[in-house]
Design a protein around this ligand. Structure first.
Ligand code: ADP
Length: 327
């Protein structure tokens, strides 16, 4: 997909143009300083030549002319340094702003490509599975497998469309959060059951405290947990353990979802919650995704006055911890 490289190419061009303009402006400033300095010393020379040697004030006037010339030099240097300072501050500001802009543009482009891919794959796979079921007489086991795969794909589609719609609605203020009394223990258990059916090879371990209640938006809380479970499955080996803990604290509830994947390197821990952010390079990445999931998790927890963070699971993997105030 060649257009993926367009922003990088443009960025290189903009960087070259930027440095050229900056150097040109600094060179012009230097040139301006030298010319002024030359003019000032020429003026001083003319005035010295005009002096008459037998003037009783001669020495005093020479001194005055020299002093004025020195003062002008100081003035030009001061003005030059101020201009240079302003230019450099402006240059740093523009440089950072442009880089940020390009980064966002590139992430958005990656997102658009990812989304196209993410939408097409589940549709194509589901269509093929359903056609196979329709055309061939299959034994029960194969049928089950095809149905399970189709369900997995439609679930992926569901998560994706939810993520896109809800994040844009939350951004634009189009989604009104409605808080209800929730039995979080039940919500989490049900979601795990759902994942157990979709991914039976996994070792699902639960430490769910009973009767953990929370006042929250049911749809958003489901999207939050669903995204974290989805990532735990997506970013860890097929039969590895996913550990889900839920407990009631003094003033908050705590949900932790740990997996046995590669985990999140320290420098990435803060970045993964940014919109469209995905670890690594788009061209070498093998997992599918849009970079919206954790952004949405962060937004949902913040909208419920809670926090989300990631720590290292032992001996390996990531552990996402959500804390939500229970009133
Ligand atoms: P997506 O999964 O669609 O790429 P997310 O916002 O859910 O987007 O995650 C952002 C990035 O954080 C992912 O691309 C992945 O690199 C990293 N990540 C998220 N969850 C995990 C996890 N459980 N283990 C390892 N890396 C993860």
């Amino acid at each position: 997909m060649p257009f993926r490289f367009l922003p990088k190419h443009k960025l290189a061009l903009a960087t070259i143009l930027y440095w050229f303009l900056l150097l040109y402006i600094i060179a012009a400033l230097l040139f301006w300083y030298i010319r002024l300095q030359q003019q000032s010393s020429q003026m001083a020379n003319y005035r010295l030549m005009e002096l008459v040697a037998d003037d009783p004030q001669y020495l005093k006037k020479v001194e005055q002319i020299n002093e004025e010339s020195i003062r002008k030099t100081h003035q030009y240097r001061g003005e030059g340094a101020t201009f240079l300072f302003i230019i450099l501050v402006g240059a740093v500001f523009v440089f950072r702003a442009v880089r940020r802009q390009f980064k966002v543009a590139q992430q958005q482009q990656n997102f658009m490509m990812a989304i196209t891919h993410e939408l097409k794959t589940p549709i194509a796979v589901s269509k093929l599975n359903l056609e196979t079921l329709q055309k061939h007489k299959l034994d029960e086991e194969k049928k089950d497998k095809l149905i399970r795969m189709t369900l997995q794909e439609t679930n992926r589609l569901n998560t994706l469309t939810n993520n896109i719609l809800i994040s844009s609605q939350l951004e634009g203020g189009g989604y009104k959060i409605v808080k209800e009394e929730l039995d979080l223990s039940e919500v989490v258990s049900r979601l795990i059951m759902d994942f157990q059916q979709r991914f039976p090879d996994r070792n699902w371990v639960q430490e769910i405290q009973e009767d953990v209640h929370l006042k929250a938006d049911p749809l958003l809380i489901r999207i939050l947990i669903n995204n974290l479970l989805d990532n735990a499955v997506k970013y860890s080996p097929k039969s590895a353990t996913v550990l889900v803990k839920l407990k009631q604290g003094a003033s908050m509830v705590e949900l932790a979802i740990a997996d046995e994947g590669p985990g999140i390197p320290d420098p990435e821990k803060g970045r993964i919650f940014k919109r469209f952010y995905r670890i690594g390079n788009e061209s070498v990445r093998t997992t599918q995704g849009t970079g919206l999931g954790l952004y949405l998790c962060k937004k949902i927890t913040a909208d419920h006055r809670g926090t989300i963070r990631v720590s290292d699971n032992q001996p390996t993997g990531a552990n996402f911890i959500v804390q939500l105030p229970n009133n």
